[in-house]
Write a protein that binds this ligand. Structure first.
Ligand SMILES: C[S@@+](CC[C@H](N)C(=O)[O-])C[C@H]1O[C@@H](n2cnc3c(N)ncnc32)[C@H](O)[C@@H]1O
Length: 225
């Protein structure tokens, strides 16, 4: 199998995938690509620096039996074009595995995340870009407020914390999310984290013409939850 692990991060998962064949890991961040090369490159695993928003670069990668895109769809500029590219990069019989959050993240994850995607919106995205969901999996957990504080204040914390004015700006335009967070952190007993994970098969002869795809593009940022 020839596999692409796009936005591979440290390369830890890329190496696991190499049990199945030859894997190329791609990431935008030179530091993580350098780390991945140093720690995980071998005869079956290689890494490249590249941008998943650069379709010229993506096309240059060729075709694959599987495209794995974990925690990436929320980062790219145009999720519809990105999924369409994945579909086009799959060889006959190929499949894709994608995952992304299923909860609100935009209040703390901007500008790294470009959107939040509800489960309903994810289904529409796959349908419009010519994918059939073969399997799905959802994980949810609650981080109680004490753990959240220790997570955010710990010395090795790597979660980017946006400046206060960004939070305020976000909640002014999304007051229902401010209410949600106020509820979660008081009577709700903790902040919800959740992921949605999919095994996708391309639908043969699906109509993914630009007009059809475009007309289905909702403003995810605005319409979530
Ligand atoms: C949340 S991490 C996920 C890493 C890995 N896929 C995993 O599941 O552990 C997101 C990764 O996406 C990369 N990334 C973000 N935007 C990207 C883009 N436009 N092109 C390529 N990589 C990107 C980041 O550098 C980061 O390593």
């Amino acid at each position: 199998m020839k596999i692409l692990d796009i936005a591979c991060g440290s390369g830890y998962g890329t190496e696991i995938l190499s049990d199945l064949g030859k894997v190329t890991g791609v990431d935008l961040d030179p530091e993580v690509v350098e780390y991945a090369c140093r720690n995980y490159a071998n005869g079956c695993t290689s890494f490249k620096l590249g941008n998943a928003d650069d379709f010229g670069f993506l096309e240059s990668l060729g075709t694959f039996d599987a495209v794995v895109s974990l925690a990436t769809v929320e980062h790219v500029e145009d999720e519809y074009k990105y999924l369409e590219w994945i579909r086009g990069a799959l060889r006959p019989g190929g499949a894709s595995v994608v995952c992304f959050p299923s909860v609100v993240t935009m209040d703390w994850a901007m500008p790294h995340h470009k959107r939040d995607i509800s489960i309903r919106q994810a289904r529409r995205l796959f349908h419009k870009t010519g994918f059939e969901v073969k399997r799905d999996f959802y994980q949810n957990h609650k981080l109680d407020i004490r753990h959240l504080i220790s997570e955010v204040t710990s010395h090795d914390n790597e979660i980017p914390i946006p400046p206060l004015r960004q939070w305020i700006g976000y909640y002014l335009t999304h007051p229902h999310h401010a209410v949600l967070r106020a509820y979660e952190t008081t009577v709700g007993g903790g902040v919800h984290f959740g992921d949605q994970e999919y095994l996708l098969f391309p639908v043969p002869d699906a109509d993914t013409s630009p007009a059809r795809v475009k007309s289905g593009s909702p403003r995810f940022k605005e319409s979530f939850g």
